[in-house]
Ligand binder design. Structure first.
Ligand SMILES: Cc1ncc(COP(=O)(O)O)c(C=O)c1O
Length: 439
């Protein structure tokens, strides 16, 4: 075999690997966060919350500062810190007054907490399908799933691109629904001159370790509504113990938790927030280089960014046209991984197909809440209810996780070279399959 052939041979077929050095892990912390954390440690006050009606009901000075800075940055009236977005979404569903048996429409293409927040109030998640371009809720499918029992929509800004909020807000007006915006993966992305997460009745961001900016664990809810903000603060901090001391008592969903975020996390959050524009801009620059480098690869759809939107690129999402390629995703995935491409995902999530929804077993063994009278119809979670999400998950979606590694320009060039090499070797992959079948 001559040398040039050897050089072009795919690693999965025995050739040399394109990427030989592991990428550096993403590390969003700097000296500023270190100093801020040490200052809190030295103060000895790691949390100043009191679960009683007292000035400290709303947390200590770092909680106050962080919430103030977050509200300013995102141009919202209220920011409410929480110890995770999972907690925050539960607080948001509760604050909206969702009742047992109410239906809430949600995407199946998201992290599980987006939907379990609904179940925690004994309400019923209803899954609508997604758009193939942005992987966010498809407003047409949402409308088709609205029933007289529907009370809210949870829209997710998945991978860093905002959901179609204009269409979803129009549905909310038409059917008198509330919207929660889960912007866990899209901090700093724009939708029509506003930040993703800030267009709904309540929005929320995650600060877990895997996100653009983080505090280890944590989250922030945002709203312009005074009542929702106060009710989220109550649910965050043992609502039932303090609500009786408020001037106007509304007991609906005033069943509290401890969702409080500590002083140290908030001090770190203050510093992280300052870096958000820069950290998002870096991911956008990487995505732009990938976009150019992957241009022209047959049957590879690169991320779509809709008019008047920006993408925060938590994930660089791609879709394979399998008919054009004449190969399965698994074969292409294996070839890319063999070249050393790291952080690659095949498919994402089809929440409705989780065993909990398939068997309708959540609280206890008897199928509550679906089996109870509060659930007024037999909600379908069967395979086939979300054909776009299912096809993408099972067959054609590929994503590069952008907050896993701090990619240098050399790394990006190598990533692009790996994709180009695999695409140049598609014929050899097809031939190897024929060879295997013939054996
Ligand atoms: C879309 C989405 N929603 C909600 C969450 C939950 O966030 P947390 O881990 O802060 O509870 C995540 C976390 O990964 C997420 O990606």
């Amino acid at each position: 075999m001559n040398n040039s052939k050897q050089a072009g041979q795919l690693a999965v077929l025995g050739g040399a690997k394109t990427i030989n050095t592991p990428f550096k892990l993403y590390h969003a912390m700097g000296q500023e966060e270190k100093q801020a954390a040490i200052a809190v440690l030295e103060s000895g006050v790691l949390s100043q919350f009191l679960g009683a009606w007292h000035a400290d009901f709303y947390g200590g000075s770092k909680v106050q500062q962080f919430e103030h800075d977050w509200a300013n940055f995102f141009k919202v009236k209220h920011a409410v810190s929480v110890n995770s977005l999972t907690s925050g979404l539960i607080a948001a569903v509760g604050a909206l007054g969702i009742a047992p048996g109410d239906e809430v429409i949600v995407s199946p293409w998201t992290m599980c907490a987006s939907a379990t927040a609904i179940l925690h109030w004994n309400a019923i998640p209803v899954f609508a399908d997604i758009e193939a371009a942005t992987f966010n809720l498809d407003p047409q499918s949402v409308e088709a799933n609205i029933t007289p029992h529907t009370k809210a929509i949870i829209a997710i800004d998945i991978f860093g691109h905002a959901a179609d909020m204009q269409a979803l807000l129009a549905l909310a007006v038409k059917y008198d629904l509330k919207i929660i915006s889960d912007a866990a993966q899209a901090p700093g992305a724009y939708y029509h001159n506003k930040y993703a997460g800030t267009l709904a009745h309540i929005g929320g961001f995650s600060l877990n370790y895997h996100k653009h900016i983080h505090t280890g664990e944590g989250g922030v809810m945002v709203t312009d509504d005074d009542i929702y903000a106060e009710r989220m603060r109550l649910i965050r901090n043992h609502a039932e113990a303090v609500v009786g001391q408020k001037a106007e008592i509304n007991l609906v969903n005033m069943l509290g938790y401890n969702f409080r975020l500590g002083e140290m996390e908030c001090a770190i959050g203050v510093e992280q927030l300052k870096k958000l524009p820069h950290l998002v801009a870096r991911r956008q620059a990487v995505a732009m280089q990938l976009h150019q480098g992957l241009h022209g690869l047959l049957g590879l759809q690169r991320p779509v960014v809709k008019h008047d939107c920006t993408h925060a690129y938590y994930v660089y999402p791609m879709v394979l046209n399998l008919e054009l390629l004449g190969l399965s995703r698994q074969i292409i995935y294996d070839a890319l991984v063999a070249e050393g491409v790291a952080g690659l995902m095949q498919g994402y999530v089809n929440l409705h197909l989780l065993p909990m929804y398939q068997q309708k077993i959540a609280y206890g063994a008897q199928g509550f809440p679906w089996s109870a009278d509060i659930c007024r119809r037999d909600v379908d979670y069967g395979k086939g209810i979300c054909p776009v999400a299912e096809q993408l998950h099972d067959q054609s979606f590929l994503g590069l996780q952008m907050c896993l590694y701090e990619l240098t320009d050399t790394d990006i060039a190598l990533l692009i070279a790996a994709f180009q090499k695999v695409w140049a070797g598609l014929d050899s992959l097809r031939a190897s399959l024929v060879f295997q079948e013939d054996k």
